[in-house]
Design a protein around this ligand. Structure first.
Ligand SMILES: Cc1cc2nc3c(=O)[nH]c(=O)nc-3n(C[C@H](O)[C@H](O)[C@H](O)COP(=O)(O)OP(=O)(O)OC[C@H]3O[C@@H](n4cnc5c(N)ncnc54)[C@H](O)[C@@H]3O)c2cc1C
Length: 455
C-alpha cells in the first residue's frame, strides 16, 4: 500500500498543502499541467493587503517544495484516469513534452536568446507582451528549465526563421538537428538539452488521498463591454497587474497600449459585467476585485503620485483583516472613489483618450469623465480545466464551475468522494491568505484520511 498524497495544482494553495503533508513524512506528488508551479501568484506584482512583492514571497516556497525529499513535482502533467480500489486511488498521469531534457537544461537562457521568433504571450493579452518560441514560464520558474513551443515540433517554424536552412526530416524523428538555432545555442553551451523528438510520458501512481488545488482564472470582459474589444486603452485588472510588474512586458512602466505613453489619468471600473446574463459577464461578486483595484491604485501612486486615479464602484468589499485600512490608505494617498454606475465608454479617435459616462449614485446625476487608460475589474471565474478533471475524479462542479463541497457549512473542503479534498481557488474566488489557510486544513484532512485507510 502506498502512503502518498496527490496534490493537483501547484499554485500557492497546492504548494502549501504539499509542504504541510511532506513535513509529516508523507510522500507527495505535486502535479501542475503548466510548465512551472507558482500559479497566479507568480504573475502578480505586489499583494494586498501588505503590498509585499508577490514572487519574493512565493519563490522561496517554490524552492523549498522543489528541494523537499518527500515532494515530487511533475509539471506539464495531466491527471488522466483515477480508479478507487480498496480505499486507495490508482492514478494515471500523462506528462506532455517540453522538448527539453530537464536533467540537462540549466536554464541558462542561451537558446532563448538565440531564437529569433517572438509570439504573443498568452498571459499579457492586450498589453502586448511577447515570448520566444523557446521560453521560460517566468524567471523564477520551478523547475528552472525552458520549454519549446509545440509549434516547432514538425518544423513549422523554419519559415519564420527559427532554423537556418532547410531540412526534409520531421523534427519529431531527428536526434541530430543541424539547423535549429535553439539546438545550436544549447550545444555551444556544452549541453544537448533540446530534444525535439520528445514525446508524452505515462506514469502510474498509487495514492491514499487527493487534494484538488486547481485555482482561479481572471474573467475576460465579453465583447464590447465598456469598450473592451473596441478600444486599445481599455484593459483588465489582470493585464494592469502585468503592466505594473517589473518582471512584466513593460518592465513595470505604466504605459498605455495605444501609444506606449505613461498614463496620467487612470480609472478602474469595479463589477464590470457583473449581473449580466450567463456568457455576457460574471454574474456574482468575486469578493477580491475591490482589494485588487485598491492595491493597483496605491502602487500607481507609488510609481508617480501625480497620476490621477479614480475608482468607480457600487459596493465596496473590504471583508478581510486590514482590508478597510488598506482602502483608507488609498483614499489618504489621493485615490478618488466614486459611487457610480458606468454605462458607456467612447474614444477620442485622435488622442485615444476614453470618455466614461456614468450615473453618480450619491447625487443621481449623469456625469462624464475623461481618462487615458481604463481598467475593468471583470471578476474571477473558475478554471476551465475543472470540467475535465471533475469527470476524471468523479466529482461534481457547482453551477459556476468550481468544485462542489460535501457541505458548505460543515465540510467545505471535503467532497462527495471520501479521500478527495479541496483548497484555494478550486473552491471559489479567494485571496492568498485564505488559500494558505485552506491548504493547511486540506493537508490535515488528507493525512487523517491516510491514517484511516491504513487502519
Ligand atoms: C489580477 C489578480 C490580482 C490578484 N491580487 C491578489 C493580491 O494582491 N492579494 C491576494 O491575496 N490575492 C490576489 N489575487 C488572488 C490570488 O491570485 C489567488 O488567491 C491565488 O492565486 C489562489 O491560489 P491557488 O493556488 O488556489 O490557485 P492558482 O494560483 O490559480 O494556481 C492553480 C494552479 O493549478 C494549476 N492547474 C489548474 N488546473 C489544473 C489541472 N487540471 N491539472 C493540473 N494543474 C492544474 C494551474 O496551472 C496553477 O498553477 C489576485 C488575483 C488576480 C486575478
Amino acid at each position: 500500500m502506498s502512503d502518498a498524497i496527490l496534490v493537483i495544482g501547484g499554485g500557492i494553495a497546492g504548494i502549501n498543502c504539499a509542504m504541510n503533508v511532506a513535513k509529516y513524512g508523507t510522500k507527495v506528488y505535486l502535479v501542475d499541467d503548466t510548465a512551472s508551479i507558482g500559479g497566479m501568484m507568480a504573475r502578480l506584482d505586489k499583494t494586498f493587503p501588505t503590498n509585499d512583492c508577490s514572487i519574493c514571497i512565493e519563490a522561496p516556497q517554490m524552492y523549498d517544495v522543489d528541494n523537499h525529499e518527500n515532494i515530487k513535482i511533475l509539471t506539464n502533467t495531466e491527471v488522466r484516469k483515477v480508479k478507487k480500489v480498496n480505499g486507495e486511488f490508482q492514478v494515471r498521469l500523462v506528462t506532455k513534452p517540453k522538448f527539453v531534457d530537464e536533467e540537462k537544461c540549466t536554464g541558462c537562457g542561451a537558446c532563448v536568446e538565440a531564437c529569433p521568433v517572438s509570439v504573443p504571450d498568452e498571459m499579457d493579452g492586450k498589453i502586448g507582451g511577447k515570448r520566444k518560441l523557446v521560453s521560460m514560464a517566468f524567471p523564477q520558474a520551478v523547475p528552472n528549465v525552458v520549454s519549446v513551443d509545440p509549434a516547432c515540433r514538425h518544423g513549422e517554424m523554419r519559415k519564420a526563421g527559427a532554423c537556418i536552412g532547410d531540412c526534409k526530416v520531421d523534427c519529431s524523428q531527428c536526434r541530430e538537428c543541424p539547423i535549429a538555432l535553439c539546438v545550436m545555442a544549447c550545444e555551444k553551451e556544452g549541453k544537448k538539452a533540446i530534444t525535439h523528438w520528445q514525446s508524452s510520458k505515462n506514469m502510474k501512481i498509487d495514492v491514499k488521498s487527493i487534494v484538488v488545488a486547481t485555482g482561479i482564472t481572471d474573467a475576460k470582459p465579453v465583447g464590447d463591454l465598456l469598450g473592451y474589444d473596441v478600444y486599445k486603452n481599455v484593459i483588465t485588472n489582470a493585464q494592469f497587474e502585468r503592466l505594473m510588474n517589473a518582471g512584466g512586458p513593460t518592465a513595470g512602466e505604466i504605459i498605455r497600449p495605444s501609444d506606449s505613453k505613461h498614463a496620467k489619468k487612470i480609472a478602474w471600473i469595479q463589477c464590470a459585467g457583473r449581473g449580466l446574463a450567463e456568457g455576457k459577464g460574471t454574474p456574482y461578486c468575486s469578493k477580491i476585485c475591490c482589494m485588487i483595484s485598491t492595491k493597483q491604485t496605491i502602487i500607481t501612486k507609488e510609481h508617480d503620485p501625480a497620476v490621477e486615479t479614480t475608482v468607480f464602484y457600487n459596493d465596496l468589499k473590504a471583508y478581510g483583516k486590514g482590508f478597510w485600512e488598506f482602502y483608507r490608505k488609498a483614499v489618504d494617498n489621493g485615490v478618488d472613489y466614486v459611487r457610480a454606475r458606468p454605462y458607456e465608454v467612447f474614444e477620442d479617435p485622435e488622442t485615444k483618450n476614453l470618455t466614461l459616462k456614468y450615473e453618480d449614485l450619491e447625487s443621481g446625476e449623469l456625469e462624464i469623465k475623461e481618462v487615458e487608460l481604463l481598467v475593468l475589474a471583470s471578476g474571477i471565474i473558475s478554471n476551465k480545466r475543472n470540467k475535465k478533471l471533475a469527470k476524471v475524479l468523479k466529482l461534481e462542479l457547482d453551477h459556476l464551475g468550481f468544485f462542489k463541497e460535501k457541505n458548505p457549512l460543515t465540510a467545505p473542503l471535503e467532497t462527495k468522494v471520501d479521500g478527495i479534498y479541496l483548497c484555494g481557488g478550486a473552491t471559489g474566488p479567494i485571496d492568498i491568505a485564505e488559500s494558505v489557510v485552506q491548504a493547511s486544513a486540506a493537508a490535515m484532512l488528507a493525512l487523517q484520511n491516510n491514517l484511516q485507510v491504513k487502519s
